[in-house]
Write a protein that binds this ligand. Structure first.
Ligand code: DAH
Length: 339
């Protein structure tokens, strides 16, 4: 009787000791103590035992059960602790290790320039519109008071597709297109690509970007134009950057002017960047020529307007001190990632 209980206990203890994981230990627990477990089977043998020995047998089995339960619990705790320690070790994170920086893409400086510039005008109430790069001779020149004999129409400057279709040489044709499409007031800026027959060098490219501006309403004056552009310069170039307006000529504006900003390199005393001028030209502008208003069916006695146009590459190059325009088109990541 003793032996039978002792054998079961021995087997149980070695099973417990051999369980290497909590899962294996759980299996052993069921095998030993479960409804069909070895200890339960042992209890069933009670019937085959002499009645007077039964109490002792019962007590033996019970203490065997207690012993096994205790061993199981202890083993469970030990295994649990070991497994936790192992997990802690294998899942350890070195929070002091330096992070791996992902490569982040960037907006191209020209795109960023266009966004920055248009954003300033949007804040002043201008709408952003875009137009066709393949344009008619009519909108690119004729409607802009640029008659056939004008030097700007020289085939040297313009890519013609046929006699009356060309690649636009400026964003100005959108002035006429917008006025034709809308009732005044018209208040738009037009970013986009323009094309000219130029050899590539440090300051020229056959394709570049402009931003056109147009405001047409009643009683628009040169003062409005100066105020708007001075505000733009202050926002874009920062703080107290001085600007000046110089008389100039454009076919589609009268009077016309160019706006200069004070050279940031020399502060106005003259240097290589401003070609000893002290000032750097950044855009052309003027009051919309009455002929341009007439061409779109607006009455110049009733309406006036101003227009301006700027080259994006030039503005971006000045802002970042880039000395070769080609860098903006070569898309060398070593260059682009600096912005
Ligand atoms: N379209 C001119 C150019 O490409 C720039 C320009 C000058 C646009 C005066 C204007 C303007 O709207 O009023 O050189």
């Amino acid at each position: 009787m003793n032996d039978r209980v002792e054998t079961v206990v021995k087997r149980a203890l070695s099973a417990i000791e051999n369980a290497r994981t909590t899962a294996a230990l759980e299996e052993a627990r069921v095998r030993l103590l479960g409804r069909k477990g070895e200890l339960t089977l042992l209890m069933r043998q009670m019937r085959s035992i002499d009645p007077e020995n039964r109490p002792r047998f019962g007590a033996l089995v019970n203490s065997a059960r207690e012993r096994i339960e205790k061993e199981l619990d202890e083993r469970a705790m030990a295994l649990d602790a070991a497994e936790k320690a192992e997990r802690l070790e294998s899942e350890k994170i070195d929070v002091t290790a330096p992070g791996r920086m992902p490569r982040i893409g960037k907006i191209h400086p020209l795109t960023q320039g266009i966004r920055d510039i248009t954003e300033i005008f949007v804040e002043m109430g201008f709408k952003v519109v875009e137009g066709p790069e393949v344009e008619t001779d009519y909108y690119n020149f004729e409607a802009l008071n640029t008659p056939e004999y004008h030097p700007a129409r020289d085939v040297q400057d313009t890519f013609y597709i046929n006699e009356s279709v060309l690649l636009r040489t400026q964003t100005s044709p959108m002035q006429a297109r917008e006025m034709e499409k809308r009732k005044p007031p018209v208040k738009v800026v037009v970013p986009g690509k323009v094309y000219r027959r130029d050899q590539v060098d440090a300051t020229h490219s056959p394709v570049f970007h402009q931003i056109e501006g147009l405001l047409v309403d009643r009683d628009v004056t040169f003062t409005d134009l100066k105020g708007t552009l001075a505000m733009f310069a202050r926002r874009f170039y920062g703080g107290e950057r001085e600007v000046r307006f110089r008389p100039h000529y454009f076919p589609f504006t009268e009077p016309s002017a160019e706006m200069d900003i004070l050279c940031a390199i020399c502060g106005g005393t003259g240097c290589r960047v401003c070609k000893q001028e002290g000032w750097i030209e950044v855009l052309g502008c003027g009051l919309v020529h009455p002929n341009v208003l007439r061409a779109v069916g607006y009455d110049p006695d009733e309406l006036t307007g101003y227009a301006f146009g700027m080259g994006v590459e030039r503005i971006v190059m000045l802002k970042y001190g880039i000395d070769d325009l080609r860098l903006l088109f070569e898309n060398d990541l070593r260059f682009l990632s600096q912005f």
